[in-house]
Ligand binder design. Structure first.
Ligand SMILES: Cc1ncc(C[n+]2csc(CCOP(=O)(O)OP(=O)(O)O)c2C)c(N)n1
Ligand SMILES: [Mg+2]
Length: 477
């Protein structure tokens, strides 16, 4: 141990303590502080009053930094020593949280008896949610939702034709069949809330209020598209409507959703973030990291897995160790995991509304497993040979738009002539056909979006270097 340049208080210099005991750590801290002060004094001036002023300045700066840091811990409910402060529950207590009372479905636990046993313990001392759970659907709201679902369906049907005409290029994933998940859940949120999703994003964007024109122009790669024609099908984005995209890498956006929710909590605001992803994302590490932090810090985020049973051509039971995703996504992270029929639009809305209320009340994230079905292949280039015609037929007969139209007709909310849905048998398979004034309106809106997109200019080459966060690399002559 060299004594050169040693600290006048503890007589140690570049030596680092290896012994993990309190006195040694204190001694080490004292040494570091005094060397810091000496260095700061030396860098300021050598005259005694200047040394004092220099030291005083550095100390106040350090104290200020410490105060800022302490304040930044407050929203997380921890003190500078990492302990939980009053009023904020520890992770262990959080494990006992339950879904809001009056939730449409109880928690669903799957797996073997052995797997279920610890879950029963988790749920043994429930804490009731303080969140209000009143959500009613008005006839106006219901008709808006029906129209939005129809718009998404028609938008994609026409876009598919445009793809076949080679007006659209690149990846193209359709949402057809899953419409109630996005429309119902987004319909239950406030304008201030944020929405983020994966690459199957047309439905979420339109449900959030993006215009068909903006979406279609993006698909055609035109300058008036929502991402100025540079994002394409997988990268819809609409900052005005708080729609944060469109993300192609499976589960990459789940930590982003936690970050958005963190911002809400950190700034003491009331917005929540809803994040959609497919069942394939359940196997990604980033999902589990995001869930852990979201639950630990009780972030106002709603995670919705759109369980369509398939990850590309791989069935859920071939890629997930448990097929009850509420256990893997909810119970494992101490958040309510609620499995519902995602194609029941009002159930979807109610469940989301409850989850958002919970989040706003400071009770943390909710995991919703929405069971649904995609009518098309994984992407436009997938013929979906991995499923039988009988399976597709069964789901086509249960078309969610036809289903909701019937609900509204039975309630007397859908006037005659507004929307007629027929499930017809064509060449041995079922097809869904729409007619009526609502359908005519939607058809005209989509036709208009195509005309608009075709007339919109292509982005100039110089736009390649715009809207990017890193300075462009421009090759030199
Ligand atoms: C990290 C990562 N791995 C693989 C892929 C390739 N990939 C694209 S979509 C997909 C399947 C995802 O399925 P799921 O999450 O169930 O969503 P769905 O397509 O059913 O909506 C895969 C594996 C990817 N985009 N990102
Ligand atoms: Mg899937």
């Amino acid at each position: 141990m060299s004594m050169v340049g040693s600290c006048p208080m503890c007589f140690v210099s570049s030596w680092r303590p290896r012994v993990e005991s309190r006195p040694v750590r204190l001694l080490w801290g004292c040494h570091r502080l005094s060397s810091l002060l000496r260095r700061s004094a030396a860098s300021t001036s050598t005259s005694p009053p200047s040394v004092f002023l220099g030291l005083y300045g550095k100390m106040s700066w350090l104290l200020g930094k410490f105060r800022d840091w302490k304040a930044s811990l407050q929203p997380l409910g921890i003190d500078p020593l990492g302990r939980f402060v009053d009023g904020v529950v520890s992770p262990n207590q959080a494990r006992t949280s339950r879904p809001p009372s009056g939730s449409p479905m109880p928690l669903v636990f799957g797996g073997t008896a052995q797997e279920r046993e610890p879950m029963a313990q988790v749920m043994s001392s429930p804490t009731e949610s303080k969140a209000a759970t009143t959500f009613n659907v008005s006839p106006d709201q219901a008709l808006t939702w029906l129209r939005q679902m129809l718009l998404i369906r028609r938008f994609e049907e026409r876009a598919e034709m445009m793809y076949q005409k080679k007006k659209i290029a690149g990846f193209f994933h359709q949402y057809s069949g899953q419409e109630p998940v996005a429309v119902g859940s987004i319909g239950a949120l406030r304008d201030e809330d944020y929405v983020i999703t994966a690459y199957r994003d047309h439905g979420h964007a339109l449900a959030r209020g993006m215009s068909a024109r903006s979406g279609m122009a993006e698909l055609l790669g035109k300058i008036d598209g929502c991402s100025r024609g540079k994002g394409g099908s997988m990268h819809f984005f609409d900052a005005k409507n708080r729609f944060l995209g469109g993300h192609a890498i499976v589960a990459s956006h789940l930590p982003l959703a936690a970050g958005v929710a963190f911002a809400s909590k950190y700034r003491n605001e009331s917005f929540v973030c809803i994040c959609y992803f497919g069942d394939g994302a359940m196997d990604q590490g980033s999902l589990h990291e995001a869930f852990n932090m979201a639950s630990l810090w009780k972030l106002p985020v709603i995670y919705v897995v759109e369980n369509n049973g398939m990850s590309m051509g791989t069935h859920l039971h071939r890629h997930s160790c448990l097929t009850d995703l509420t256990v893997r996504g909810g119970t494992a992270y101490g958040m309510p995991g609620i499995a519902i029929d995602g194609n029941d639009i009002e159930l979807m809305a109610r469940t989301t509304f409850d989850a958002a209320e919970r989040a706003r009340a400071g009770e943390g994230p909710t995991f919703i497993e929405a069971h649904t079905y995609r009518f098309k292949g994984h992407s436009i280039s997938d013929a979906a040979k991995y499923r039988t015609p009988e399976e597709l037929d069964k789901f086509t007969k249960a078309d969610p738009i036809a289903r909701y139209a019937k609900v509204l007709r039975d309630r007397g909310w859908l006037a005659d002539g507004t929307l007629k849905v027929e499930v017809r048998d064509a060449a041995g398979r079922s097809v869904v056909e729409f007619s009526g004034s609502m359908f005519e309106e939607v058809k005209a809106e989509v036709d208009d979006s195509i005309e608009f997109a075709e007339n919109s200019p292509e982005p100039g080459l110089e736009t390649l270097y715009e809207d990017i966060t890193v300075a462009p690399f421009v090759p030199q002559e």
